[in-house]
Design a protein around this ligand. Sequence first.
Ligand SMILES: O=C(O)CCC(=O)C(=O)O
Ligand SMILES: [Fe+2]
Length: 730
Amino acid sequence: MSSVIRCYDIWNILFQHQRRNNLHLSKMRFTGAPIAALFSLATNVLSFAPPSSTTNQFLTYTPQTSSTSSLHQSSEEDGMMNNLDTALGSNWMKPSPDEISGITTQIMSQLKNQKDKDTIYMDIGIGGKEFGTGPLSQRMYNVMIGVAQRNFGSNIPNEVNKMYLMYAMDASAKEAVRAAMTNNGYEMDLGDDMAMQDVGAWGSVEAVQFLDPITGKPIEGEDGSKSYSSWMDAIEKGKWMPGDGFSFVVRRVPSVAKAMDLTSILNALDPDGKLREEAKEKGILLPDEEVASLQDLSVDCMQRVNAAPVDALGEENVFRGGESKGYNVISRGSLVRNADGTENGKTLMHVMDALANHGCLIVDLTNEDQKLDDAITMSKMWNTVENFFSKVLNNDSSVKGVPAMGIAKGVGSTTAMVGYASFKDGDNQFLETRIRRTDGALLPEETRAVVGDEGVDGMIDSFRIMSDVGKDIVRIVTAASSIDAEAFVTAGSVVSEKSEGPSIAGLSFSESLSFGNGEGPSEDDLLRGDILASDAAALLAEEIMDDGKPLDGSPDEGAVSMSPHRICRYSNGQSKKPNSEVFGAHTDTSFVTIVPAAAVSGLEVFDEDELKWYRPELKARKHSKQIDPVGDMDDKFPWHSRYLIVMPGELLQICSRNNVPAVVHRVVASSEKDRYSAPVLLRARPGTKMLVEKYMGSLENADKLLLECDGMKMEEIHDALQVKPSGQKQ
Ligand SMILES: O=C(O)CCC(=O)C(=O)O
Ligand SMILES: [Fe+2]
């Protein structure tokens, strides 16, 4: 039977899944703490092997005819599946008819690492030849007879023998079904109910057919029947004997979707590799393939952008974050390093979970009300934003002086734009500002005439707050990924210090060496590697991220910062829908993009763990209600001024060795309220280079993407990422 799922559908489903199996976090070791305990992810991922190589061309998923699944299937195939003669003898499985869940839901729940362990009832057809039901039943029978002979000698009563025959048939069928399920992402789930283990109780046998031992073709039983409706009939009427191969159909086998890695899912969906070939020809990057070049990174981002749903929900219905640690708000103060130069292990976990799995991290600038100055500064920035757009909306004459969006003067780069732009008949308006590095002024300078000196200060001061947070996050992620890769670990580098004393509790240094075969790094080597990784990552953040400040000895960096601070007004006047996408899904060519939480929610990140759009501003609002239920801070700053939402961009994906994918995000606006926003896109400082050994340690531990970037000027990397196959980028 040909495969019923078209290439496009599979990739679409799979691209909604993060490259989780590229996250080598299971190997991560943060000064000794095994990451596996902290990331349940790796331990949930099971892989499987087919029972025999012939079963490689096995199952075809066959969704219900009535299913609302978006997967394509031809009516011819529907017909086939409803025809028992065809179904008996071939290998297939599908949800039992009263199952409402279509195939998409099932695959989704596999991808979601099986958070919801719902029982799915499956109908299954097993071809006896491929699954070796003959030899299997013979082995089972022999074991039982061996035991029985101890009780009965060689005179086993006929009735007892019949029971054994039935057990042998049933047990070998059950094993075949188990193997088939495992091979296709399911597990038979008989629960704790012992009765379910009884003959026939694990599913309802519908048809049994005997096979010719030589050709494997269907043959009639001794009474001339083509098929039997139970094991007992097959034994009594057809005279089935252990060793005789048989095909069968069984209905309503309880199962649960098993967590699979992407490769396993791909293999199950595409057993003969045809779809993989098709995808390769189309230049599609497969989800289980490494992002190994800048070109791959572009393609991958585009594919993930295209896979994200376009529809928008209202604030009441949209996903507002879940239970995992990464959704929690982190305090600004937790982003700093420990006194000994190591990263804070808890922070590292929190940041990596947030960015790698959920697409953003929410930072509380006040450290839960301990420190108010930054939130107050942010509230001044919000005043500037509101003031600017109120003048725009009122056609204030001062706004006319603000230049239209264009290349900043005297920059020499076509990417450094500043100025004002309006789209969709004024539905979306933007003012792109930047810091002039040489004197710290805000561009376009004409902004001052609109918002005043205080307004300009609000922009400049808030840019500093946001870029400092961004630099800390990039340091943490880069350090975490270098630590994971052990890129700074050299075995034996700290031998002298520890040569007399014990190095691992209870072990002398030489003992601890022999513990690791004398070759592995000691705890001290690892600790030193952690500190070096963090130092190097801090240097990366300081040097190659453009914070608008001049860097000593960098003559090529240009007069204007490459990191824009964009102020935006989004409204939804043009669409007929109450909520719609006003800034479509895209990834940013930035290290991180920082969106200060807005008063009106609307930023959505595609949560690769939940496979849905997540609106972090709602999570931030909830947090503020928890820590300040009565609005004690309202006279100092509006609630949202304390929060920054940090999103990973494409440059961070490179620095993180693909551990943190650039997040797909968009803006949704409702027809009720305009949303003002003020994101900073932290980009690279011109003239600086991605020097892997300097910033990320040993080249030996670098992945292909990083190796391609090694030695490249940051603006070259930036430009290479703008060569998009298609799709929208910022
Ligand atoms: O304004 C926002 O909330 C996000 C804007 C954005 O994604 C961008 O400017 O790249
Ligand atoms: Fe963006």
